[in-house]
Design a protein around this ligand. Structure first.
Ligand code: HEC
Length: 162
């Protein structure tokens, strides 16, 4: 896909700001019944999730270095790598899939999906050489990490709820 026009981009920015407002609102509404997901996962799924998390954290660190160096090609490569690590699209057996669905709320799955969509958008902005948009998408990505941790990984990150 080629670069977005200025108009399309501002429309997109407005709708994602709106989506953020909705996310915050529904986050509050669901706050009573959200719990860390890790204790409910099978050992295999827990390991897959942790592996994915460590690999996306490593990729995010590297992305910062390439963003500040203006290395669009490397940003695109790493953002694409994050996108492709999508836990729900990894080769899980049908039984693993069932286990996952039974353990995590639907909201967790949508957040994971939304997060991976942002990484695809970041890769696209990098392929287009659009640096301003790379900064916006990277920032949205970090917000998505923190928002999910604040809801579903408070055992690992208790400071997020202090
Ligand atoms: C859809 C939810 C979700 C999103 C999005 C998410 N995480 Fe996580 N993350 C988790 C959960 C749940 C855990 C706790 C896993 C555990 O303790 O078993 C976790 C744990 C981690 C850990 C600790 C892993 C370990 O083994 O110690 C790191 C590092 C991490 N996430 C990085 C990130 C980064 C960086 C991003 C964004 C670029 C991100 N996460 C996005 C849900 C998410």
């Amino acid at each position: 896909m080629t670069g977005l026009t200025k108009k399309t981009w501002s429309t997109r920015a407005a709708s994602s700001a709106l989506a953020a407002v909705f996310a915050i609102t529904s986050g509050w509404a669901a706050a009573q019944d959200v719990n860390p997901v890790s204790p409910d996962l099978t050992p295999k799924l827990r390991e897959l999730l942790r592996k994915e998390m460590l690999s996306i954290e490593d990729a995010s660190h590297q992305i910062i270095s390439y963003l500040i160096a203006g290395d669009d090609a490397r940003v695109a490569e790493l953002a694409q790598k994050i996108h492709d690590s999508f836990i729900l699209q990894q080769s899980m057996t049908p039984e693993d899939k069932q286990d996952l669905m039974a353990a995590v709320p639907e909201d967790f799955v949508s957040r994971d999906r939304a997060f991976h969509e942002i990484s695809a958008t970041l890769a696209e902005a990098a392929r287009d050489g659009d640096r301003a948009r790379q900064h916006v998408e990277f920032s949205r990505m970090i917000e998505a990490c923190t928002a999910c941790h604040a809801l579903y990984a408070t055992d690992r990150y208790p400071k997020l709820v202090e």
